[in-house]
Design a protein around this ligand. Structure first.
Ligand SMILES: Cc1cc2nc3c(=O)[nH]c(=O)nc-3n(C[C@H](O)[C@H](O)[C@H](O)COP(=O)(O)OP(=O)(O)OC[C@H]3O[C@@H](n4cnc5c(N)ncnc54)[C@H](O)[C@@H]3O)c2cc1C
Length: 419
């Protein structure tokens, strides 16, 4: 990581100050999306990333752009399921828009050319769904959002004659997150700078960003958007101490994901929902391309939530047992396994629950932002634009020759030397 104040005061003083309408801290999906949105609205904006682009939660995510139906596994549509319901359609619209798009909502981003890993997402169970969930899936309220498939329509992995279960298709899609980051990052390269913002550089007073020097270059901004994921915690704590403002608190929800590499890991995107004891898929499978043409499976869901207390070896054994239960015909002998521990970073909720929506709150000149889900980034952008609606774009886009740019990160399913 690049670190704190670097050059002498003399060197900094010799360069003109860069004055921005908005400075974004954090180059995950939230910061990069907002950079594009704000610049399109005419705000002069730049972004600081202390590590590599996407190196927090974004490159660890499974890339599902989902409409929340996995939150309806209790057998009813909850607030969470409703708030997110139109996100797949909104992303599909963004994916259809090129650089000259005239049909973009202010909070949307043109994503034409970004690689989609899957147009569909599936739910599968090894037997009929019983009880409340069974009747809910058959109910009229779900009919437009979920489709029960016949065998010829099953994903290839479930086409095996030994599989006698049920498969449903959702409206969700799966995006290639490294490609999304590449797309967002390449659009405003000259405004994405490699730098870690230290908490003491934040100041929430109107018109103030306590003199920050980025690689020896003085930068000032009208508003600062904290999009630093888990990094928001330290920044907000620093700001709380400096300003005495009432600021949101953060929560972490830890996960222990599993990666499987084997030639039999063919592209497969599905939640396994047999014998649920709570409304979370037993395992959530996504597939990600490797440079030799094979695929890695990336496993989340209950396996990752419950696996937090397990060692990596114990977590891998659990994954093997679960795969043998839900795909018993699949030979994965000799597969290589890895695990990844990562926290979800979100605004604190009562009882540590999952938040239903994206979150943006303004305190003086600082906006604290958490999308809470990749899918909800457009929702975050709507909220940010609303919070900035009285702000008039005032400054030209920054020219910052010579500042080192932040480079894209690598997802955990790639092995060293891969891709
Ligand atoms: C395992 C996992 C799977 C997920 N799967 C999905 C999914 O399939 N679908 C979905 O909708 N959501 C999913 N999510 C949630 C989604 O990934 C996150 O909500 C989203 O990526 C958060 O993006 P972000 O930009 O806010 O934060 P991050 O991606 O965490 O980015 C924050 C960035 O800020 C940088 N930073 C931190 N501190 C500083 C500082 N002081 N100065 C400069 N830079 C700093 C970090 O280096 C990092 O790059 C998943 C999350 C996890 C953990």
């Amino acid at each position: 990581m690049a670190t704190g104040p670097s050059t002498t005061a003399d060197a900094a003083a010799s360069r003109p100050v860069i004055r921005l309408d908005a400075l974004i801290v954090g180059g995950g999906v939230a910061g990069l999306w907002l950079l594009d949105v704000l610049r399109r609205q005419g705000f002069s904006a730049a972004l600081l990333e202390g590590d590599r682009l996407g190196s927090g939660q974004t490159l660890a995510s499974q890339g599902m752009i989902h409409g929340g139906l996995k939150y309806a596994l209790s057998g009813q549509l909850t607030g969470a399921a409703e708030a997110i319901a139109d996100m797949p359609a909104r992303w599909r619209h963004c994916l259809a828009q090129g650089p000259q798009a005239t049909d973009l909502a202010p909070g949307d981003v043109a994503l034409q050319g970004v690689n989609l890993l899957s147009e569909d997402y599936f739910l599968w169970s090894s037997g009929a769904l019983r009880g409340r969930l069974g009747s809910f899936f058959a109910s009229r309220v779900l009919r437009s959002r979920i489709e029960r498939l016949k065998r010829p329509q099953f994903p290839t992995v479930l086409q095996h004659p030994d599989f006698r279960g049920y498969v449903y298709k959702l409206q969700d899609l799966v995006i290639d997150v490294p490609d999304l980051l590449h797309h967002l990052g390449s659009r405003h390269q000259s405004a994405i700078w490699h730098w870690t913002l230290a908490p003491e550089h934040l100041d929430a007073r109107p018109g103030a960003l306590a003199g920050i020097e980025v690689q020896g270059q003085r930068v000032e901004a009208g508003v600062t958007l904290l999009c630093a994921g888990a990094g928001n915690e330290a920044l907000i704590e620093g700001l709380r101490q400096n300003s005495g403002l009432a600021l949101p608190a953060m929560q972490r929800r830890p996960l222990h994901q599993v990666i499987v590499r084997h030639p039999n890991c063919q592209p497969f995107y599905a939640h396994y929902i047999s014998q649920l004891t709570r409304p979370e898929p037993r395992v959530t499978v996504t597939s990600h391309p490797l440079s030799d043409g094979s695929w890695a499976w990336y496993l989340g869901g209950q396996l990752a939530t419950d696996g937090v207390e397990r060692s990596a070896d114990a977590q891998i054994r659990c994954a093997q047992t679960l795969l043998a239960e839900c795909l018993p015909w699949l030979d994965l002998s000799g597969a290589s396994y890895d695990t990844l521990r990562i926290d979800r970073a979100e605004p604190r909720q009562q009882d540590g629950r999952r938040p239903d929506q994206a979150y943006a709150e303004r305190a003086g000149n600082v906006l604290c932002c958490w999308p809470t889900k990749l899918s909800l980034v457009p929702n975050l952008a709507d909220q940010v634009l609303d919070l900035l609606k009285d702000q008039t774009p005032a400054r030209p886009q920054p020219a910052a020759p010579g500042l080192t740019r932040a480079e894209p990160g690598r997802p955990a399913w790639l092995e060293p030397g891969d891709g």
